[in-house]
Design a protein around this ligand. Structure first.
Ligand code: BDP
Length: 329
């Protein structure tokens, strides 16, 4: 009897709670689907999640962000397509696979276009960075560019030691899907193979490829070192900023005020990721070393000189822009 009474009392309390709760969140909640190839806890994922939390708070729960990390919605090429059609609302992606969609971004995808990471940051934080974001937003790609993120420097990781372009002869190296990167690897002396990010581990294991290239946090979180890539030759050949975009379909549904909020929190996400990024590079470099990966210093100039034809080919339409990039201190 007491049990039943408690049960009824509980049910009444629950109904009362719901009745009290509903009017507060009466506006229909819009769930924004965000996606990333990286896992939970990766700086880029954390920064987008925090953008979502701020947006949820500022709109009193009208928007809620749901993160789909770890490539659960596919590789970046597929996710860019999903964002274009509105199946994904917010996507964080490398600029690499965006090149075939918005060719203007390829200026930032060229090998050695930035002197170092500090130079890249100065460029993306300044007017040129904003111009490229605007180019994406104003292109027919149906994407609203929200902000930049750091992707550090990409270097080569291989099963056999590589120190010079000549050492790369005959080696198949996975590159991101963009013809510019295939040309880059071929110019560096190897054979560039375009392949989705998710296929690299087994391709390394089965010998389909002899190596890949990426930054230390990615090399560690994907376990590529455990698939035989034991040498990390510090070529730093690509310093590609990463980007996060919103589907235009979603963007156009937002009010002007909501759009302004998204832009404000995006700027903050860009700064937040950078702090987390620097920490993670140090942390994952140490972890790779502890796992037995050998970091090899190389003469970068050899790779810089070898890739001059790639910069000439892809940079030709953007000669003025490249001069302005070089002039940034
Ligand atoms: C990582 C980028 C990620 C790319 C990946 C790749 O953060 O966006 O998908 O490289 O190589 O560094 O595909």
């Amino acid at each position: 009897m007491t049990f039943r009474r408690n049960l009824i009392a509980g049910a009444v309390a629950a109904i009362a709670a719901v009745a009290f709760f509903v009017p507060l969140t009466a506006t229909a909640q819009t769930v924004l689907k965000a996606a990333d190839v990286h896992p939970v806890g990766y700086p880029n994922v954390v920064a987008i999640e925090s953008l979502g939390k701020k947006l949820e708070a500022a709109t009193h729960g009208k928007f809620k962000l749901q993160m789909f990390p770890g490539s659960v919605l596919g590789g970046e090429k597929e996710m860019i397509e999903q964002t274009q059609v509105g199946a994904i609302d917010i996507l964080r992606t490398s600029l690499g696979p965006l090149g075939p969609v918005v060719p203007e971004v390829n200026v930032f995808n060229m090998p050695f276009v930035f002197r170092n990471e500090a130079h890249m940051r100065a460029v993306i934080d300044g007017p040129i960075g904003q111009e490229i974001l605007d180019k994406i937003s104003n292109s027919p790609a149906r994407l609203e560019a929200l902000g930049w993120m750091d992707g550090g420097s990409r270097s080569l990781y291989t099963k056999k030691l590589v120190k010079t372009p000549a050492d790369l002869k005959g080696m198949k190296i996975r590159m991101m899907g963009n013809p510019l990167f295939i040309d880059t690897m071929n110019a560096m002396g190897g054979n560039g193979i375009a392949m989705g990010y998710g296929e690299v581990f087994s391709a390394l294991q089965t010998g389909v490829i002899d190596g890949a290239e990426n930054n230390p946090p990615t090399m560690f979180t994907t376990n590529h070192y455990a698939a035989g890539a034991k040498f990390y030759a510090q070529t730093n050949h690509l310093i590609i900023p990463e980007i996060f975009v919103m589907s235009k379909i979603t963007w156009n549904k937002l009010s002007k005020d909501e759009q302004a909020l998204v832009k404000k929190f995006s700027k903050e996400a860009q700064q937040e990721q950078r702090v987390l990024w620097d920490k993670s590079v140090a942390e994952y470099t140490a972890k790779l070393k502890a796992a037995g990966v050998e970091f090899v210093a190389v003469d970068q100039k050899l790779f810089y000189d070898a890739t001059a034809p790639v910069r000439a080919k892809y940079g030709a339409p953007y000669a003025d822009l490249i001069k302005r990039i070089e002039a940034v201190k």
